[in-house]
Design a protein around this ligand. Structure first.
Ligand SMILES: [Zn+2]
Length: 207
C-alpha cells in the first residue's frame, strides 16, 4: 500500500513490539507516549535524560575496568585463602578445551558491555553538548542496539551466585569487591535503560 501524497512519514511512529502505527504528538516534559495496545513506551521526554545516560555509562565503564583487577571471589579452607580475579579465572583454562568457553564468557560479560558503553558515549556525548553528531554516530548507535541482547552480565552474576552457594559446603566463600562492582554496573545499566529514549536519539541523529 502506498501512502497518500503529502503524507509525512516522519510524523509516524510504529510500536516496536506490536507494529501499531501512531502519529507523533507533543509530549510534556517528564511524560511518556505509550502504545494503546501493548503499553510499550514509544517515546518519552525526560529532563536531563542525556546527561544521566552519559554519566551512568561513564561510571559503568570505570567500574567494569577496575573490576578486572580486583578479586571477584575469595575462597578459604583449612587456613588457606585464595582470591581470584575474572582474568585469573579465564586464564586458569588456558591451553585446555574450556579456554574457548572462558573466552566467550569474558566476551559476553566484559567486552560486549564495554563496547556498548563506549558506543553509547560516542553517540550521546555530542548530542548532550548540543554539538553535531560525531562521524559514524548512526552506525555506532545501531551497533549498540544490535549488541543489546548479547551483553549478559546479569545472567552471569546470577549463575555465579548459584554456583557459589553450592561451593559453600566445601569451603568458606567470600564475594570480592569486583562482584559488588558488577552488581553496581547492572543497576547503573538498568537506570540508563530506563532513561534511554531510542526514538529521541534517532531523531537527534537525523538532525
Ligand atoms: Zn504496541
Amino acid at each position: 500500500m502506498t501512502p497518500p501524497q503529502n503524507f509525512d512519514l516522519k510524523s509516524l511512529i510504529a510500536c516496536p513490539k506490536c507494529d501499531a502505527l501512531y502519529r507523533v504528538g507533543p509530549v510534556e516534559k517528564g511524560d511518556q507516549a505509550k502504545c494503546l495496545r501493548c503499553r510499550t513506551v514509544l517515546y518519552a521526554r525526560r529532563r536531563d535524560a542525556g546527561l544521566i545516560i552519559i554519566s551512568t555509562a561513564l561510571a559503568s565503564t570505570i567500574l567494569v575496568i577496575a573490576a578486572l583487577f580486583l578479586p571477584f571471589i575469595e575462597i578459604s579452607r583449612l587456613g588457606f585463602k585464595n582470591g581470584s580475579t575474572l582474568i585469573d579465572a579465564a586464564l586458569a583454562f588456558y591451553g585446555g578445551p574450556l579456554f574457548v568457553l572462558s573466552l566467550a564468557v569474558i566476551g559476553s560479560i566484559i567486552a560486549l558491555p564495554l563496547t556498548r558503553l563506549f558506543l553509547t558515549l560516542y553517540t550521546l556525548t555530542p548530542l548532550v553538548l548540543n554539538r553535531p553528531a560525531w562521524p559514524g554516530a548512526k552506525r555506532a548507535f545501531r551497533l549498540s542496539e544490535t549488541l543489546r541482547p548479547w551483553s549478559m552480565a546479569e545472567i552471569f552474576l546470577v549463575g555465579c551466585a548459584v554456583s557459589l552457594i553450592k561451593l559453600t559446603d566445601l569451603a568458606r566463600v567470600e564475594l570480592g569487591p569486583a562482584f559488588w562492582m558488577f552488581v553496581s554496573v547492572i543497576l547503573l545499566m538498568a537506570i540508563q535503560n530506563s532513561f534511554m529514549c531510542r526514538w529521541s536519539v534517532w531523531k537527534a541523529l537525523e538532525r
